[in-house]
Ligand binder design. Sequence first.
Ligand SMILES: C[S@@+](CC[C@H](N)C(=O)[O-])C[C@H]1O[C@@H](n2cnc3c(N)ncnc32)[C@H](O)[C@@H]1O
Length: 379
Amino acid sequence: MGVDGHFLQLPERLGGGELWTSPGLLGYPELSALQLLLAEQVLEEPGGSALDLSAQSGLLAKILPRPPQLVERSKAALNAAARNGLNALAALPWDLEGRYDLSLAILPAHLGNAAVAQVLDAAARCTAPSGRCLLAGEQRRGFSRYLEWAGERFARCEVVRRSQGLRIARCSEPLPLGEVQVPWSYRSERGLTVCTLPGVFGQSGTDPGSALLLSAVKGRLEGLRVLDLGSGSGILGACAAQAGAAAVLLDDDLAAVRSSQQTLIASGLTGTCLHSDICSELPAGSRFDLALINPPFHQGSQLSLNLGLRFLEQASCCCEEVLMVANAFLPYPKRLSELGDWSELATDGRYRVWSLRPGPRVTGSGRSSSKATGLSSCR
Ligand SMILES: C[S@@+](CC[C@H](N)C(=O)[O-])C[C@H]1O[C@@H](n2cnc3c(N)ncnc32)[C@H](O)[C@@H]1O
C-alpha cells in the first residue's frame, strides 16, 4: 500500500476528526472548496441509504451518521479510504446496481464528457423513485451543460447551493434509462486491437509522446521484463508483449486496467494487469529490466510534476532502466541526475525521451549507499 500522504484535520462544521488523504486525490493536500460545499449540502439532506459515486478518501462516510456506499475507480483513493477504516467498492459507473435514497457525485469533468455522461446515467439508475441525487461541479468546467444532461435523466433538477463558480444541484424523479451497455471503443493500430473505456487516456489515438517512446525502444524489447507504469489503454505494454517481452501493465484507474486487459486479450497477447497506485500493488521484490512511462503531468486542471516524479522514483526502485517521455519543457533532468545516470534518447522538439539507469537507493531498512544522497527511500 502507498505510504505517501497525511491526515487532514476536518473543520468543526464537518464534525472535526481526521481524514487520511494522499497525492493525486481530490482533497490533497487540503479539502477542495467543492468537496466542502457538497459536504455542507449532504449534511442538510434527510437520512436514508446513500451512494457516493466519487468517494475519494471517504470524506462523506466520515461525516454522515449512516455512511454511504463508497464507489471509486482510483486505487490511490481506495487505499486512502482503507486507511480511513472505510470499505469502498472498486467499480465503474455501469457496474452499479441497486437504488438509494440519496446518490451523489462530484462530476469527473477532468475525465471528459463521456465519463461524465456515464456517471449521470449511474446516478439516475441508482436513485430511488422517491430519492434525490446531488451533483457537484464547476461552472468553468461545463457544469451548466452537465446540468442540462442531468435534465435528460431526471424530471427535476435545480441548483441548491453555489459559491463563486461552484455549484451543487439536486435532482429527483429519475427517468427510465435503456439497458446498461459497457461503453467500449475499439481501434486497430500497430497490429493491435486497442480497447478503451470513457475517461481512459489515448481513447482517440496514440499520444505523440507515447509514439516517440515506442520508436525509441524499437528492436530492444524481446525477452525483457517490462513494466508499463500508468498503462491507460495498454498501448505501451501491448507493444512490448507483441515484441516478445514479459509485460506487467498497471494503472491507478480501474477503467484503464480493464482497457489494458481487454487490449491484450483482443490482440491475442498475454501479460499481467494490476490496479495499482504507482507500484503499491506490485508484489514485494518485483524486478524489471525496463519501465516504459508516459506520466500524467496534470493534477486536476493544474500543471504538476509531482506524479511524474513519484513515477520516476518508484520505477527506479524496481527497474534496471527507466524510459520516460514527457513534454520537452518539463524540468525532469534535475531529478534524473539525482536518481542515477541518464541520457536523452530521442526528441521531436515537443517531447523528450529520457533513459535513466538508477543508482543504488536507500532501502526500507534505512541503510544508505554512497550515491543515495537526496533520494527518497524504496519500500
Ligand atoms: C499520460 S497517460 C499514459 C497512458 C499510456 N501509457 C499511454 O502511453 O497512452 C498516464 C496514465 O497514468 C495513470 N495514472 C495516473 N496516476 C497514477 C497512479 N498514481 N498510479 C498509476 N497510474 C496512474 C493514468 O490513469 C493514465 O492512464
